[in-house]
Design a protein around this ligand. Structure first.
Ligand SMILES: [Zn+2]
Length: 108
Protein backbone atom coordinates (compact mmCIF):
# COMPACT_ATOMS: atom_id res chain seq x y z
CA UNK A 1 0.00 0.00 0.00
CA UNK A 2 1.34 3.41 -0.98
CA UNK A 3 2.53 5.68 1.77
CA UNK A 4 1.47 8.75 -0.20
CA UNK A 5 -1.80 10.05 -1.54
CA UNK A 6 -2.34 11.41 -5.03
CA UNK A 7 -1.61 15.04 -5.77
CA UNK A 8 -4.60 17.34 -5.76
CA UNK A 9 -5.03 20.90 -7.02
CA UNK A 10 -4.35 23.57 -4.43
CA UNK A 11 -5.19 27.25 -4.76
CA UNK A 12 -2.93 29.89 -3.30
CA UNK A 13 -3.95 33.32 -2.10
CA UNK A 14 -2.42 36.03 0.04
CA UNK A 15 -4.68 37.58 2.66
CA UNK A 16 -4.09 40.98 4.23
CA UNK A 17 -2.70 41.17 7.77
CA UNK A 18 -1.27 44.20 9.61
CA UNK A 19 2.11 44.89 8.04
CA UNK A 20 1.74 42.57 5.06
CA UNK A 21 0.10 39.34 4.05
CA UNK A 22 -0.25 35.65 4.87
CA UNK A 23 -0.31 32.94 2.22
CA UNK A 24 -3.19 30.50 2.36
CA UNK A 25 -3.30 27.22 0.45
CA UNK A 26 -6.83 26.11 -0.33
CA UNK A 27 -8.32 22.97 -1.86
CA UNK A 28 -11.18 23.37 -4.36
CA UNK A 29 -13.89 23.44 -1.71
CA UNK A 30 -12.13 26.03 0.45
CA UNK A 31 -11.23 28.13 -2.60
CA UNK A 32 -14.91 28.24 -3.51
CA UNK A 33 -15.81 29.45 0.00
CA UNK A 34 -12.93 31.94 -0.08
CA UNK A 35 -13.95 33.39 -3.45
CA UNK A 36 -17.57 33.82 -2.32
CA UNK A 37 -16.36 36.39 0.25
CA UNK A 38 -12.58 36.73 0.68
CA UNK A 39 -12.78 39.16 3.63
CA UNK A 40 -15.26 36.97 5.51
CA UNK A 41 -13.06 33.93 4.90
CA UNK A 42 -9.96 35.78 6.12
CA UNK A 43 -11.83 37.06 9.19
CA UNK A 44 -12.94 33.54 10.04
CA UNK A 45 -9.38 32.28 9.55
CA UNK A 46 -8.25 34.63 12.33
CA UNK A 47 -11.27 34.09 14.59
CA UNK A 48 -12.53 37.64 14.05
CA UNK A 49 -15.83 39.01 12.80
CA UNK A 50 -15.64 40.64 9.38
CA UNK A 51 -15.90 44.11 10.94
CA UNK A 52 -13.17 43.28 13.47
CA UNK A 53 -10.96 41.97 10.66
CA UNK A 54 -11.38 45.22 8.68
CA UNK A 55 -10.56 47.30 11.77
CA UNK A 56 -7.57 45.11 12.62
CA UNK A 57 -6.14 45.78 9.13
CA UNK A 58 -7.08 49.47 9.00
CA UNK A 59 -5.54 50.11 12.45
CA UNK A 60 -2.39 48.16 11.55
CA UNK A 61 -3.08 45.88 14.49
CA UNK A 62 -3.11 48.70 17.07
CA UNK A 63 -5.84 48.45 19.74
CA UNK A 64 -7.85 51.60 20.48
CA UNK A 65 -9.05 53.03 23.79
CA UNK A 66 -12.44 51.93 25.17
CA UNK A 67 -13.38 55.35 26.59
CA UNK A 68 -16.60 57.02 25.46
CA UNK A 69 -17.08 60.77 25.54
CA UNK A 70 -20.21 62.26 27.13
CA UNK A 71 -21.66 62.46 23.61
CA UNK A 72 -21.03 58.74 23.20
CA UNK A 73 -18.14 58.91 20.74
CA UNK A 74 -15.34 56.40 21.19
CA UNK A 75 -11.84 57.72 21.97
CA UNK A 76 -9.51 57.47 18.96
CA UNK A 77 -6.27 57.08 20.93
CA UNK A 78 -4.21 53.92 20.77
CA UNK A 79 -3.50 51.99 23.96
CA UNK A 80 -0.07 50.69 22.95
CA UNK A 81 1.33 48.11 20.60
CA UNK A 82 0.78 47.66 16.88
CA UNK A 83 0.81 44.85 14.36
CA UNK A 84 -0.50 42.62 17.15
CA UNK A 85 -1.69 39.14 16.24
CA UNK A 86 -5.45 38.91 15.76
CA UNK A 87 -6.24 37.23 19.10
CA UNK A 88 -4.08 39.60 21.11
CA UNK A 89 -5.51 42.65 19.34
CA UNK A 90 -9.07 41.39 19.95
CA UNK A 91 -8.36 41.00 23.69
CA UNK A 92 -7.16 44.61 23.94
CA UNK A 93 -9.16 46.58 21.36
CA UNK A 94 -11.72 48.84 23.14
CA UNK A 95 -11.02 46.93 26.38
CA UNK A 96 -8.13 49.06 27.64
CA UNK A 97 -7.93 52.82 28.21
CA UNK A 98 -5.30 55.13 26.73
CA UNK A 99 -2.98 57.13 29.03
CA UNK A 100 -5.40 60.14 28.92
CA UNK A 101 -8.20 57.96 30.20
CA UNK A 102 -6.42 56.17 33.00
CA UNK A 103 -4.70 53.34 31.16
CA UNK A 104 -6.85 50.78 33.00
CA UNK A 105 -9.11 48.05 31.67
CA UNK A 106 -12.35 49.45 30.31
CA UNK A 107 -15.54 48.32 32.00
CA UNK A 108 -18.02 47.14 29.41
ZN1 LIG B 1 -8.77 57.32 25.48
Amino acid sequence: MSRNSQAKPIWQTNIAVPGGGNFLYLDNEKAERYNADPDAYAADHFGLSKIEYMQWIDLDGAPLCGHRTKKGDLCRNMTGGYQLRAGEWQKRHRRLFCASHGGEPAHR
